[in-house]
Every structure is written in structure tokens, then in C-alpha cells.
Design a protein around this ligand. Sequence first.
Ligand SMILES: CC(=O)[C@@H](O)[C@H](O)COP(=O)(O)O
Length: 332
Amino acid sequence: MRTDGTISIHLNGEHRRVRAGITLAELAGELGLAPEKVAVERNLEVVPRSTLAAVVVEDGDELEIVHFVGGGDAAARDDDWTVAGRTFRSRLIVGTGKYKNFEQNAAALAASGAEIVTVAVRRVNVSDPKAPMLTDYIDPKKVTYLPNTAGCFTGEEAIRTLRLAREAGGWDLVKLEVLGEARTLYPDMVETLRATEVLAKEGFKPMVYCVDDPIAAKRLEDAGAVAIMPLGAPIGSGLGIQNRVTIRLIVEGTKLPVLVDAGVGTASEAAEAMELGCTGVLMNTAIAEAKDPVLMAAAMKAGVEAGRMAYRAGRMGKRMYADPSSPLAGLI
Ligand SMILES: CC(=O)[C@@H](O)[C@H](O)COP(=O)(O)O
């Protein structure tokens, strides 16, 4: 042990020497670290964070300091959202279809920062060990799988699909999607409502793909949906939000999380959904069919975050006429 008025520290794996005789909180300050973001081990003993201001480092001490970086600013950290009792930070949900391969899907997911992926139970292999499996690329322990009834055209089909999913993976948080016709892929709301009721009674927590209709949204809430997911435009169209007014009315009329699902084509449209007050956005095609899916995934992440911050910040009022940015009063 060296005793020359200095102490040895390992900071995020790098070795340094700093002066002794100061508290750990002061040391963090000298190193430019926020005390609430450091974990300290002193001579192989973990120092409780609540005592950093009281513990004085002594000549010859060996410190291991881990500084947690990232995680966004405090405002973003306080902005988690919850669905069916589960809390998430990312407000972007991404799909697992249309990618070149699972590697590209996993890379795009990482760039998107999404914590939930939808998985079309009838299309993606999650159970046959002989075929490539999504779970080898996207770890279900780290990312929430949201089984989706994509491709179901009756409520009965959707219910059976989700029962199977629960049997296979124990999932109860699910995405219900009952399509009315192949041409538009519009939801069949009669079937969707019926299936929502049945699933809720069976203990599922259905997040429900639906038309952009505030009354349908209320009916879904009464039927036991845990999230309302109105389309922005037809699935896979990339046309962007076609009806801002009805999306806003849905947001205003329900206590449930509202996530625009389908039709978003680019990052500004994801931001637009968030500026309307939506809780989040679900998308697949815009990322998977971009020339560079990983870059687009990062753009979507930024779009969702920017839109959310703008919504929280509160948009300025619109004026009919110009209003000078520098005061004109008192000009000579
Ligand atoms: C992935 C998913 O769950 C779907 O609801 C849908 O595919 C999303 O629509 P886009 O592909 O238009 O984003």
C-alpha cells in the first residue's frame, strides 16, 4: 500500500490517484461526478450512497468508483409511462416483421431504445428450436414481448391465438388486432370489441388496435382494454397521421394510454403523434423498410422523444399576425 497523501482510485475501469483527507462526496465533486450517480467500493467494501458525505478517504485507501452515465436528463427520467401496472421509459414500441433478418431487427431495436416489441404469434417462430428463433436475437428477459394477433380476421381467431401465446410463453399483456379486410387492413370494431371483452374476462391485458374514433375508444375502455391504439393511417402505408383531430379527441376522452399504431412513415410523424398528447407510438414498416433501418430506428427514437418534450413544454399559441421577437417599445 502506498502512503503519500494520495489514494488510488479506479474510475469506470481507469486508474487514477487523487488527494486523501476529503469526503467521498467532495471527491465526487472534484472528479465532476454527481454523487447520486456513483457507486463506491472502498477497500473492497461497498459504501452506502447515503454516507458519501460522511466518509473521509484516508491515505492509502483503494477506491473503485462506478459512474453511471446516460439515462437521459432528470426531466426525461421522471417521464415513465405505465400500462397494466408495468412501467416503461421508452415510448416507442417496434415490430418484428419485414426485416431482412433477425440480426437487422435486433440492431434496429437497439437503436430505437424500445423496451417492447410486438411479435405476430402466427408468423414468428418463438417455439420451434430447429428453425431460427427471434428469441436468439432479442432476449425476452431484457425486452418485453407483446404477442400480437396480426393476420386474424375474426375475434374468435384472435382469442385462440392469444390463448396459445399465453400457453406458450405465459404472456398476458397482449396486442389485440382483428382485421376487417385484407385490402385496407382496417380493424373490424365489432369483432374487436367482442374479443376485448372475452380476453379481459379471461385475465388478459389487451392493448387494442382500433379505428381513430373517440367513441370506439370509450367502448374499448369499458370492455377492459388496457391501452387504446388507434391507427394513424392504414398499416404499412407510411402515410402519417391522417386525422389529428380524432387522435386528440381520443387522448382527451380516455384515462388509458393512447399509442398511435400503424401508418407512421417518418420521424416527424412520430413526433406529431407525441405532440398530440399520445402516450407512445407503435411502428414497424417505417423502420423495417427504410434504406437504413438502424438509422431510421434512431431517428424514430429522437422523434418520439422530441415530440414528447414539446408536448410537455406546451406549444406557444398561434397568432393571425406577426409579433416581433424583440420589443419595439422605446426605440429611438
Ligand atoms: C407491428 C404491428 O403491431 C402492427 O400493428 C403494424 O404493422 C404497425 O403498422 P406499421 O407497419 O404501419 O407501422
